[in-house]
Design a protein around this ligand. Sequence first.
Ligand code: SAM
Length: 226
Amino acid sequence: MAGDLDRDTMERAYARWAPIYDAVCGPVFEKGRRAATAAAKQAGRRILEVGVGTGLSFQDYDARHEVYGIDLSEPMIARARERMASGAFPHVKEVNVMDAHHLAYPDAMFDAVVAQFVITLVERPERVLDECARVLKPGGEIILVNHLYSERGLAAAVERWFAKHAHTFGLRPEFPFQRLQAWAEAHGGVEVAERRRVALLGVYTLVRFRKLAEGDRAATRFAAAG
Ligand SMILES: C[S@@+](CC[C@H](N)C(=O)[O-])C[C@H]1O[C@@H](n2cnc3c(N)ncnc32)[C@H](O)[C@@H]1O
């Protein structure tokens, strides 16, 4: 499944999206984005937005937060920098062109790592999640919002058809929640704290992972062994 959306495909797709992204995707993603930023604000002060795009979420934060953003796409980051230059978002500390597979931040720097409409697009989602967990403080949260794959029924059939045509647009709709859960179990240092539907008709799913403190990890290992 990975490898079908490589870095070149993604960069080409988002160079095309950048000029029209806010007008086309802004309203479509708004409810999901707001649900994710609301959860991030509960998690703490210093927040990393992975795949920050054009910075549509900047308006959701305020002076109580320090927001950092990264994105693979130069044209999307250029738009985010234009937003910062307006002076309206002093809580946004920096945005950088960076690949989420290799975050250039130290361990345990952030209270929350948010990725809205990103994890289903990256080449190696589990690698990106490992990086998100690494830069989180113990007790911090990874917050994802996405459309996740329907496993049954008509929706699943429609989505399978759509998936065949979606990759050239930088989309990967065929992504089940089970893949996220399997990552958390294999990682061992995080737990799924919440999974819930958001937006009208529940088209998006918000997933929160909490990074376990060392004591909690030991307790989990002990319980598993017993
Ligand atoms: C659908 S947009 C979402 C943007 C923003 N989070 C929002 O909600 O408006 C997906 C973003 O993920 C970025 N992206 C894709 N792969 C990435 C990677 N490996 N590292 C960092 N950003 C990536 C794309 O460039 C794009 O800006």
